[in-house]
Design a protein around this ligand. Sequence first.
Ligand code: ATP
Ligand code: MG
Length: 332
Amino acid sequence: RPRVLSGIQPTSDSFHLGNYLGAVRQWVPLQETHDAFYMVVDLHAITVAPTAAELRTRTRVAAAQLFACGLDPERSAVFVQSHVREHAELAWMLICLTGMGEAGRMTQFKDKSAKYGEGSASVGLFTYPILQAADILLYQTDQVPVGADQKQHIELTRDLAQRFNTRYGATFTLPNPYIVKEVEKITDLQDPTAKMSKSSSSPQGILDVLEEPGALRKKIMRAVTDTGTDIVADDENKPGVTNLLRILSALTATPIPDLEARYVGQGYGTFKKDVAEAVIETFSPIRERAEKLLANEAELDRMLAIGAAKARAVAQQTMEKARDAMGFLPTH
Ligand code: ATP
Ligand code: MG
């Protein structure tokens, strides 16, 4: 079976709608057709310096949400990145293959470092796309289901794999992005041209999976809409309405033209109410399942240990090949 891998950062207390629609929702059916690896990427989260307590809590919350969304510890490997030491080791090898200029072209670094003072973002934030390349290559991944913001990082991953293979001999599989166009970029409710994001959206702009229905409803009713009253998809002139149409379309499996027809002559109010109900209906069962999982930490940790064991077996194999190819002496 082809292999699929993806990850989510424990950088906040909940996933948001963009993470769900753009990524995690795709991961669930892929378990049936692919050899699947899904991780909570805690090593990535430390690039933005959480406290130890924050990292610990958020890692468990993220894992609980993955299981609550339907990932199955038996059918896929669901694990915590730091439990597989090889990620950091391969990242170092790839860092040494990456040009400074090449790393400097990553637009996510430019976006994410903007909020720090000149020169104050961590070196880890600068190199995290290379750690991500290691994450993907360790598992000889064929496809990476992600949102549009990750395209550039997967390009970098392919470049690094190719470079390694050319210099040291065929070692890594070249991965392809797996992106669902309709939901590749869910935008911020208050700034509908910017991506909804755990670390940069304002509380009013983001819809968290674990949020109370009342709060979700309020935010959707107050979402920025555009001038005019028509409910039509138009990225140029109506990015706010278009984002809500995409959300409703994805959550109710209704094509956008059908929604446009349904809301002819109706105001934004009715439309937004329907969006809110669809979001709440999707999130509520996930929230309930996540809360149950979080109430039993020992069981949650046990589920993650199963995933880590499966992941380690593959990662160790790849690393043996990579070490030998690069010229490192065997340890025994
Ligand atoms: P951070 O701001 O900390 O980077 P994030 O919101 O970007 O958080 P990630 O954990 O970095 O979330 O990404 C997890 C997955 O969700 C990735 O596959 C990413 O492409 C996808 N994703 C993130 N935001 C969106 C979005 N707004 N629309 C669609 N997919 C998204
Ligand atoms: Mg991100």
